[in-house]
Design a protein around this ligand. Structure first.
Ligand code: MEV
Length: 443
C-alpha cells in the first residue's frame, strides 16, 4: 500500500453501528459527508420498517431502491390480473403490458401446472458393495420418515411433506459417491429452509444408522457425509403457458407486412433460438425479464429461478429456447414451459411490506397460481421482444423508453423534458440526438 493511503481492511465491521459503518465506508469517497447524507436519504422514514429491512441481510447501510410498476390487463385462464413487477430496465413493463393487452383481446394466456415436486440430496462417500446400501434403504426410509416427523408435521397438515426417498449410485462418475435424493411437496412455500432442515436430519440419521447396521464390516461402517442441500434444479416443478389465435388475428402486429409474413418470421426467430445458443441465451433472458421482475416483486428468490431455468434449457445436452411454436393450418400457438419453484408463504413473501402488497394485488395467490402468473409474464415479455425484433426492431421502443434516462443524465429540466418528448415522437432517439437537442435548447 502506498504511504498516505488509508487501509481498506477492517476488523469487527459487522459489530459497528449502522451509522459508523456508513461513515467508515464513506471515508474512501471524495465527498464523504455527501455520501453519508445520500445513503441516509434512502433510509425508510418508519424506523420499524427500516429495522425489518436491515435485518433481512447483514452489514446493511441503506436501501437500494428499484422501480416497482404494474403491467395491467393480463387475462390468465379467464381471470384478470394486474401484475406487479420490480425491474430497472426500460421497456420491460411496457413490453409486458403491450403483450397483455393484445392477448387479452385474443383469448388470453392459458396455463397448466404440470408438477410441483422439489428435491434435495444428502451427498455422501461410502466404500462397499452398492447392493448392501440398496438393501438397507427400505428400513432406512422408514426411519427417516419417522425421525423427520417433527419437521414435516406442519407441512403434512398443509398437504405437503416428503414424497419419496431414493438412493442414487454415482460411483461411475466419482469414486464411492452416492446420494440420498429426497423429493418434497412444499405446497405454497418455496420450502428451502424446510427442505434443508429435513436433509440435515436425514444426514445425521444416515451417519448413525450405517455404523451399527448388522452385516456392515470394516470400512463399510464409515459413511462420510459431504453435504446436505436442496437442489435448485427443479425440472419437476414445471409450468406451461401458451397463447393461441388464428394467424389472421396477428395482422395488427405488423401492418406493413401482414399476418402471414409476421407469423413466418416469428416462427423462424423461435427456431433460431432453438438451434443457436447465442440467440437462445438472449431469447431466454427476455423471458426472465418478466419472471424475475415478478419474483422480486413477490419476495421470491430470482437467483434460484434463473439458475434452474438455464439448466432446464440445457436438459437435452445443448442450450436451447424455453419456448416452442406450432403453426398448424391457420392456428398460431406459442408456448413457454419453465420450471418455477416459487412460494407465497414463508421467506420474505409476508415479511417484506411490498412483497405482501404485491401478493394482495395478485389476489393472494397460492404457490401454483404464482407459478402461472410468473410464467405468463415471462411469455408476455418474450412475445413482446420477439414481435419487436421481427418487425420494427427493438431499439425504437427501447430508446423511447430510455429517453428519460438520457434526459436525466443531462439533468434536463421539466420544460426541457416536455420539449424532448414532443420532439422525439417523430425523431429517432439516440444519446447524441438528445445531447444535440439539449444543447440547442440551452444555447
Ligand atoms: C432485453 O432485455 C431483452 C431482449 O434482448 C430479449 C430478446 O432479444 O428476445 C430484447
Amino acid at each position: 500500500m502506498t504511504e498516505g493511503m488509508k487501509s481498506k481492511r477492517i476488523r469487527g465491521f459487522s459489530k459497528m453501528s449502522k451509522k459508523d459503518k456508513l461513515i467508515w465506508i464513506s471515508q474512501f469517497l471524495p465527498d464523504s459527508q455527501e455520501a453519508v447524507n445520500e445513503m441516509e436519504g434512502f433510509w425508510h422514514r418508519d424506523p420499524n420498517v427500516q429495522q425489518l429491512l436491515d435485518e433481512f441481510s447483514e452489514n446493511t447501510l441503506t436501501n437500494f431502491v428499484m422501480p416497482y410498476g404494474i403491467a395491467p390487463n393480463f387475462l390468465i385462464d379467464g381471470q384478470e390480473y394486474n401484475i406487479p413487477m420490480v425491474i430497472e430496465e426500460s421497456s420491460v413493463i411496457a413490453a409486458a403490458s403491450n403483450s397483455a393487452k393484445f392477448w387479452s383481446e385474443h383469448g388470453g394466456f392459458h396455463t397448466e401446472v404440470i408438477s410441483t415436486v422439489k428435491s434435495g440430496n444428502v451427498h455422501f462417500i461410502w466404500d462397499g458393495p452398492s447392493e448392501k446400501l440398496e438393501g438397507i434403504m427400505p428400513e432406512l426410509s422408514g426411519l427417516i420418515l419417522e425421525a423427520t416427523q417433527s419437521i414435516t408435521a406442519n407441512m403434512v397438515k398443509r398437504g405437503g411433506g416428503i414424497l419419496a426417498i431414493k438412493l442414487l449410485n454415482h460411483t461411475d462418475k466419482l469414486k464411492n459417491y452416492y446420494k440420498i435424493r429426497v423429493e418434497f411437496e412444499t405446497v405454497d412455500s418455496m420450502g428451502a429452509n424446510f427442505i434443508n432442515s429435513c436433509l440435515e436430519e436425514i444426514a445425521s440419521i444416515l451417519k448413525e444408522f450405517i455404523p451399527q447396521y448388522p452385516g456392515f464390516e470394516g470400512k463399510e461402517k464409515e459413511v462420510k457425509i459431504i453435504m446436505s442441500i436442496l437442489s435448485n434444479y427443479t425440472p419437476d416443478c414445471l409450468v406451461k403457458t401458451w397463447v393461441e389465435c388464428d394467424i389472421d388475428e396477428l395482422a395488427v402486429l405488423d401492418r406493413e407486412h401482414g399476418a402471414d409474413e409476421f407469423a413466418w418470421k416469428f416462427e423462424q426467430a423461435v427456431r433460431i433460438a432453438q438451434v443457436d445458443p447465442y440467440r437462445a441465451t438472449t431469447h431466454n433472458k427476455g423471458i426472465f425479464n418478466g419472471i424475475d421482475a415478478v419474483a422480486l416483486a413477490t419476495g421470491n428468490d430470482f437467483r434460484a429461478i434463473e439458475a434452474c431455468g438455464h439448466t432446464y434449457a440445457s436438459r437435452n445436452g445443448h442450450y436451447t429456447s424455453l419456448t416452442d411454436i406450432k403453426i398448424e393450418g391457420r392456428r398460431f400457438t406459442y408456448t413457454l414451459t419453465v420450471p418455477l419453484a416459487m412460494g407465497t408463504v414463508g421467506g420474505l413473501t409476508s415479511l417484506h411490506p411490498l412483497a405482501k402488497r404485491s401478493l394482495e394485488i395478485l389476489g393472494n395467490p397460492g404457490g401454483k397460481d404464482l407459478m402461472r402468473i410468473a410464467a405468463v409474464t415471462g411469455l408476455a415479455n418474450n412475445f413482446g421482444a420477439v414481435k419487436s425484433l421481427v418487425t420494427k426492431g427493438i431499439q425504437v421502443g427501447h430508446m423511447k423508453m430510455h429517453l428519460m434516462n438520457i434526459l436525466n443524465q443531462f439533468q434536463a429540466t421539466e420544460a426541457e423534458k416536455e420539449t424532448a418528448i414532443v420532439h422525439f415522437t417523430n425523431h429517432k432517439v439516440s444519446y447524441s440526438a438528445v445531447e444535440q437537442l439539449i444543447k440547442s435548447l440551452r444555447s
